[in-house]
Design a protein around this ligand. Sequence first.
Ligand SMILES: *[C@@H]1O[C@H](CO)[C@@H](O)[C@H](O)[C@H]1NC(C)=O
Length: 623
Amino acid sequence: MLVSLAWLTALVAGVFAILIGQRKCFPYFWKDIFFLAKVARYGIRLEIYKKTSKVVTVLDRFVQQAARIPNKPFIIYEGITYTYRDIDERSNKVAQVFEKLGTVKKGDTVALLMSNEPDFVCVWFGLNKLGCSVAFLNTNIKSKSLLHCFNCCGAKILVVGADLLGTLEDILPSLQEDSIQVWAMKKESSHPGVHTLLDKLEQSSELPIPSDRRATTSLKTPTLYIFTSGTTGLPKAAVITHLQSLKAAGGFWAFGGTRDDMVYIALPLYHSAASLIGIGGTVELGATCVLKKKFSASQFWNDCKKYNVTIFQYIGELCRYLCNQPKAEGEKDHKVRMAVGNGLRQDVWREFHRRFGEIRMCEVYGSTEGNICFMNHNGRIGAVGRSTCLYKLFFKYDLVKYDMVKDEPIRNEQGFCERVRSGETGLLVSKISTQSPFFGYAGSKQQTEKKLLRDVFVKGDMYFNTGDLMAEDEEDFISFKDRVGDTFRWKGENVATTEVTEILGLVDFIQEANVYGVEVPGNEGRAGMAAVIVRPGFEFDGKKLFDHVLRDLPSYARPLFIRIQESMEMTGTFKQQKFGLVKSGFNPSTISDPLYFLDNAEKCYVPLSGDVYDSIVNGQRKL
Ligand SMILES: *[C@@H]1O[C@H](CO)[C@@H](O)[C@H](O)[C@H]1NC(C)=O
């Protein structure tokens, strides 16, 4: 969204030429111009920060709002209203506690493991007020991965929610060994060596910390670390700079949000969507949000009516769950006018409109760490945005031909990639430049390097490999098709196949495992499946495997299907062959290998019979 003034001139000059030249633009032309002008205005604000070295961060914006509208509700949580002043003062208290102890200094990183609650925001803002970066930890991840997270971001302090302290039990000794201080949001603790924060907050001063502690002169200063699944099996920490957090905070505003909006946030705050777009966007507008600990399909519309919700954040699954709810009276009787999110499929999109009325669904495409984003402000069903010539003035990206079998971009005789034609599916790559920087992953040069594609169109150029296959239609609408490579999405979380492979490899009877995702009708994303070779002399033990994945993998990463194979196919480059397995799916009537299914009721992997298969495919059995 950054735009230099020179570009803006070019944009204006180009407008009329395009107006004449591109008739196909017409139905959307003024809408596109209007939207881009808005984005450009925001971009200019960021340019000014850059030029003057005076960055007004999301936190600065929050402090301004707290001074301007102190009594305005900021967060409504479980029926209790917290005003801008409440959150400002409580975050001051958090800052004061750590300031008094002298345990953190400007530039340090502190890890935060908390469910959705107002204190998530208070601790986040409080630590930012001390000039610290905050690393959001996924509340689902298991002990081993959690330990690794501390290494990547270098955090020496962990703040943990009262309800999550129990999940740390088995790694507390390791944390202490690494001299990581653990602070629980409790008044007292029976765990030796766990500090308590709530009692100290009560006694702490609510005076603000001088603003020079948090001041920054560069948009490129990291402010957060957000973990995404890694390709080597462990999570990697995406570096979130002020630049990215400011861009995300402008999202609602760009789509037409105002201070009168009531935003509904039921997605987890440890993801960038809820924290950067949701909380950041609410702050930018000076609006109010309803924060939910967890999404509940049965409470959703009641909440929307009760709080006069006007905007909600979604992932595709959330809308599907709402459509799957039994029909009720007056379903269109609400004030919701817009939803911002990602991953909404066409069939659900249409059904959602039919059931709940003409809510504008604003699809946003962009990864936490990526340098490209699309925003569908036209409401075209199925698209993530419009890939016009105008848009290409702002962003340098291309769709290139991709070899699904070898799992890599196709290179021509000269060794370069080739663009796909309109309508064809290709890999989205985005040029890395000072206008569109990629900040990589904390503490991992190797992981960062893996996301880069070099010598794409000319020698020496460098692109960010999004790992997403997209296609543009004849009207320039761009839509998401599939993910490639070593990750897939399930239940709104990224699953790293290598992480699952490593964990499965620890089971004694498994000689080799190959993990991939398969499509299941009626579900977003892909369900995990593993092809395994049983070690000679051993037998497949469904109970043992179930217990193992239950203990060591978060629920979304557990393979739902197991396929027993005699041997494993490799690609020419000795990578495991996945493409054929993905395509053949999990239908027992077409696959001769023995298949098993993760049965949560039986607490065991059970043989996948034709009946079980039918009940999954026709939606009787919920996954
Ligand atoms: C919702 O809107 C109605 C009508 O505009 C108003 O009477 C009611 O007080 C509002 N509720 C809340 C919680 O703001």
